[in-house]
Design a protein around this ligand. Structure first.
Ligand code: G3H
Length: 489
């Protein structure tokens, strides 16, 4: 077991002498299922939250601290030093991702490598932005040099499905722009950060980055209540995001960068290439067991092809292999949230009560802390799974006659992240793409929804997001434009 004995505050890896909370793996190491105890983390509270926010505020020092005033080239050196050290932790982090959140070996490696690429690409984009900003502009006799400056103290909260990659998609641009940061890792996937902790301590000046442990309610709440946080950066659910936002004493001054729930639909038109649509819908609905904000969470199929789609799609789902994350060919793995199988079962039961059927033979079978994906048909608005972001292995399928049916549903939805559109006829697709672009932020043509490549803007409409992330946008989201102006004499 791994005991996370230190936390990072004021540049020091301090040893924790208080209580600890156990961390469990969803992977059973015995035949009679018992969750495996992986280790423990400090059970911190208000006092440590305050210590961390005070450390970040002191390091920021109202914009006059060492980190926010450091030259761009020097901040880059710190970031490069950190990345070189982080690279050496790959094997350990990958192993922890598999054990803690049940992510497959390939996806765990991808998560780590994508993060390293993200940092290097952010550094390059930062250099480019700085070069471009340093050019003088002139208008109406005013010469100006426009730059980007930090915003202040950032509280960073990442999600369990990408505890490293998505957390870093907030942390890295926040840090490199000269903000000081308090990072609280997610409940599941928390130990995956442990091997990287020393690299932070050795690479950045005291207080630039602070890492604390504990439950959000007990640690993040008190931090926000101090009013010392300028940016709340969170990837997770809107209930926690808005609850935290509301605790800020001057919430109108607080900047929010959120990536929240989504209910991305797939729309399969009558002329779609069904092989392709089925393949992409499998990836879209079930990669990492559907535990992705970008997952396809509802599938609309035109009634002309619904029978064939349903039959072939269900067969493919049943052919998917369930097992431990390191086993070759395994796509479906145990779920880290202990209550998730019951929640999914609840959605299935509710849909059945309202007239839907499970189409695939294995749908809903339980394996300890796993439930085999169920393809549910026909789903309608009476059912909870139509409205709720399932974030797990259940696939609601809805037949449609007229394209306005899915379009109207999307217009009424509280969410607006992405859509996948499957079809061939350009004359049908072109106006549809225009309509869909005004409902969501990314239209995926004949492909499933996803966040990457990371150069593209990642955001959403309505309750799905606040602010935009990407290699380009992250730097801009975590900074503000400032300029020096002089009049021509
Ligand atoms: O949970 C939401 C993630 O941003 C999904 O990212 O599309 O790269 O899996 P992904």
């Amino acid at each position: 077991p791994i005991k996370q004995e230190t936390w990072l505050v004021d540049g020091e890896l301090k040893t924790w002498t208080g209580k600890y909370t156990d961390v469990f793996s969803p992977i059973s190491s015995t035949d009679d299922y018992q969750p495996t105890r992986l280790g423990s983390i400090p059970a911190m509270g208000e006092a440590e939250g305050l210590e961390a926010v005070n450390s970040a505020a002191k390091a920021y020092n109202k914009g006059q601290g060492l980190w926010p005033t450091m030259k761009v080239a020097d901040r880059i050196k710190c970031m490069e030093k950190f990345t070189a050290k982080m690279k050496a932790t790959r094997e350990e982090v990958v192993k922890l991702l598999m054990w803690e959140i049940g992510k497959s070996l390939g996806d765990s490696q991808k998560e780590f490598d994508r993060t390293i690429d993200y940092i290097y690409n952010t550094i390059e984009e930062y250099k480019k932005m700085d070069r471009e900003g340093a050019r003088f502009q002139k208008s109406e006799g005013v010469h100006a040099m426009v730059r980007r400056g930090p915003l202040g103290v950032v509280l960073c909260l990442g999600p369990y499905n990408y505890p490293i990659n998505e957390t870093f998609s907030l942390l890295i641009p926040a840090l490199i722009m000269g903000n000081t940061v308090i990072l609280k890792p997610p409940k599941f996937g928390v130990l995956a950060l442990s091997p990287i902790l020393p690299a932070f301590a050795e690479s950045f000046p005291p207080g630039a980055i602070n890492i604390i442990y504990g439950r959000g309610r007990e640690v993040a709440g008190p931090i926000v209540q101090t009013g010392k946080v300028d940016v709340l950066a969170l990837i997770g659910n809107s209930t926690s995001a808005r609850a935290l936002q509301d605790q800020h004493p001057h919430k109108n001054r607080l900047r929010m960068i959120f990536s929240l729930e989504a209910k991305n639909p797939a729309i399969v038109l009558p002329d779609a290439d069904l092989d392709l649509a089925i393949e992409e819908c499998i990836t879209g609905t079930l990669s990492f067991n559907g535990q992705r904000c970008t997952a396809l969470k509802i599938v609309y199929v035109h009634e002309a092809v619904a029978d064939e789609f349903n039959r072939r799609f269900s067969e493919k789902v049943d052919a998917m292999k369930f097992g431990n994350p390191w086993e070759p060919g395994v796509k479906l793995t145990p779920l880290p949230e202990p209550d998730k199988p019951d929640y999914i079962q609840g959605l299935i039961d509710d849909a059945k009560r309202h007239g839907a059927k499970i189409l695939n033979a294995k749908g809903g079978e339980h394996y300890d802390n796993y439930i085999f994906p169920a393809v549910m048909y026909p789903v309608n608005k009476e059912m909870r799974m139509y409205h709720e972001e399932q974030f797990g292995p259940v696939i609601p399928v809805i037949p449609f006659k007229d394209i306005n049916e899915p379009l109207d549903d999307m217009a009424e939805s509280n969410y607006g992240q992405q859509v996948s559109l499957f079809g061939k006829d350009v004359n049908t697709l072109a106006p549809l793409i225009d309509a869909l672009t005004n409902l969501v932020c990314r239209v995926n043509l004949n492909s499933s929804c996803q966040r990457g490549p990371d150069v593209f803007p990642f955001t959403g409409r309505k309750d799905s997001a606040a602010g935009t992330l990407s290699i380009y946008d992250g730097l801009r989201s975590f900074s503000i434009r400032t300029f020096v102006a002089a009049k021509e004499n």
